[in-house]
Design a protein around this ligand. Structure first.
Ligand SMILES: NC(=O)c1ccc[n+]([C@@H]2O[C@H](COP(=O)([O-])OP(=O)(O)OC[C@H]3O[C@@H](n4cnc5c(N)ncnc54)[C@H](O)[C@@H]3O)[C@@H](O)[C@H]2O)c1
Length: 440
């Protein structure tokens, strides 16, 4: 009996003769392309962004976690090539879709990137292909949107002629202990055959595969992970607001609670949520549930608390300025850190952008410094990071610590500043009971 399409594809995946395609070469797609390249596959990366494509083909990485040396080695070995030409996907057997899934201005999911990528891929689909969606989305999206376009409309049957699965990315930019390779990877297919083929493919390049029974379970697992973080951050942000009313030091309370060796997980308050995932993904879930006439109450409450944190930061700045007899209007404020978390250059959804906008609206003269981000463009304003950090710290009326980059010399900053608003407890004990420090 001749081998089935599934058996032929599994053999090609196991002996690495299958060619891999990655659509979208960003924070998720590039590390994945490199992981498959390292595992011995020929990888063709497709992206709309010509600069990224040219950069990769010249052996230069633009993602902090992926060294240029690695990209250059894979490119030279012929294991990795990037292109803006989608017809290159015709050569591939196994394709991952890693395009963005932002929100629209109204707060609804923007699926246009997934749709565009899927429609382009559909032109080059052929029997014996496996496709995995990595972009975070709502439960049901892979089956409702990708399956018709890649299968039904082309006369291909999922699980027999081609294989379709969802596998959520868990990359945590800047992290070195848990990488694309060693972070366990959840994967769920449209059918059992889809799960088997996609898990076989990913298992060639990634250390631990966690199979689940459906695309919906895999989609929902990602949303549970991110909703868990968002809700807990919302809860601890509210703790900070409540502690402020009570006159209790929230940082001391959190450290005390975290001494419990079981049943507690530490989260810290801050100036607001940031990054491409935590502020956005849970809203995909609440949007989907709205359509089913269900209100995702935890998500909506946490979202409301978290999105008000930048306003709380402004009120702390005003309290601090008041204590020194100054108005916010026409006085100088230096925002320290623009990235959404320490020691990375990722600006997406960063609360620094909201804080700066609100300070400008109040008439403050705002400067910023970030060792990783040289310039900012946002909602009608552009800024350049101040060239001399300590000169700026001395010159301004207030320093607001938004991102606790580890490269900052906090004792020196505190010493030189007239007033510090510390939203991250970056000053630690130095900031406690210090009249020129206002802490979250
Ligand atoms: N960045 C993270 O930390 C992270 C973590 C987990 C999950 N995710 C999810 O992974 C997905 C991708 O996120 P990312 O951070 O890699 O985004 P990104 O913006 O860094 O990269 C996306 C890439 O896709 C390209 N692109 C857009 N439309 C395209 C199209 N039609 N065809 C080909 N390329 C296209 C863009 O040019 C860009 O290079 C999102 O759904 C995100 O929610 C991201």
């Amino acid at each position: 009996m001749s081998p089935t399409i599934k058996e032929i594809l599994i053999t090609k995946l196991q002996d690495r003769t299958a060619k891999v395609g990655i659509i979208g070469l960003g924070y998720v797609g590039l590390p994945l392309a490199v992981a498959f390249g390292e595992a011995g596959f020929h990888v063709i990366g497709v992206d709309l962004d010509e600069r990224k494509v040219n950069s990769l083909n010249q052996g230069t990485s633009y993602i902090q976690d992926v060294p240029s040396e690695q990209v250059s080695r894979l490119v030279k070995a012929g294991k990795l090539v990037a292109s803006t030409d989608f017809s290159r996907l015709e050569e591939t057997d196994a394709v991952s879709i890693c395009v963005p899934t932002p929100l629209r201005k109204e707060g609804d999911p923007d699926l246009s990137f997934i749709l565009a990528a899927t429609e382009k891929l559909a032109k080059y689909m052929h029997p014996g292909m496996v496709v995995v969606l990595e972009s975070t989305t709502y439960p049901g999206n892979t089956r409702e949107v990708l399956l018709p376009k890649l299968g039904v409309e082309l006369g291909l049957t999922a699980g027999e002629d081609f294989f379709l699965a969802f596998s959520p990315e868990r990359v945590d930019p800047g992290r070195e202990d848990w990488t694309t390779y060693n972070t366990p990877k959840v994967i769920g297919g449209i059918t059992a055959n889809c799960s088997e083929v996609s898990a076989t493919w990913y298992g060639q390049a990634l250390k631990t595969i966690v199979p689940v029974s459906s695309t919906e379970a895999a989609e929902m697992a990602k949303l549970l992970e991110n909703t868990f973080r968002m809700v807990n951050i919302g809860m601890v942000n509210e703790m900070a607001l409540m502690c402020k009313r009570l006159g209790v030091d929230v940082w001391e309370v959190i450290d005390a609670a975290a001494s419990k060796p079981f049943g507690f997980m530490k989260f810290t308050p801050g100036p607001g949520l940031g990054g491409h995932c935590i502020p956005i993904d849970p809203l995909y879930l609440s949007w989907k549930l709205h359509a089913l006439k269900y209100t995702a109450r935890f998500i909506e409450l946490a979202s409301e608390i978290n999105s008000n944190m930048p306003r709380h930061v402004i009120s702390l700045v005003m309290d601090g300025m008041n204590s020194q007899g100054k108005a916010l209007k026409d006085n100088r404020v230096l925002v320290l850190g623009a990235a959404y978390k320490p020691d990375i250059d990722d600006l997406r959804e960063s609360p620094a952008l909201d804080v700066i906008t609100l300070l400008k609206e109040k008439g403050a003269l705002v400067l910023y410094h970030d060792p990783y981000i040289a310039q900012l463009h946002h909602d009608g304003w552009d800024m350049i990071s101040v060239p001399d950090l300590m000169a700026a710290v001395r010159a301004v009326d207030c320093v607001v610590i938004i991102t606790n980059h580890s490269t900052y010399d906090y004792p020196a900053i505190l010493d030189a500043a007239k007033l510090v608003v510390d939203t991250r407890n970056a000053l630690g004990k130095l900031g406690k009971d210090n009249p020129k420090v206002f802490r979250l």
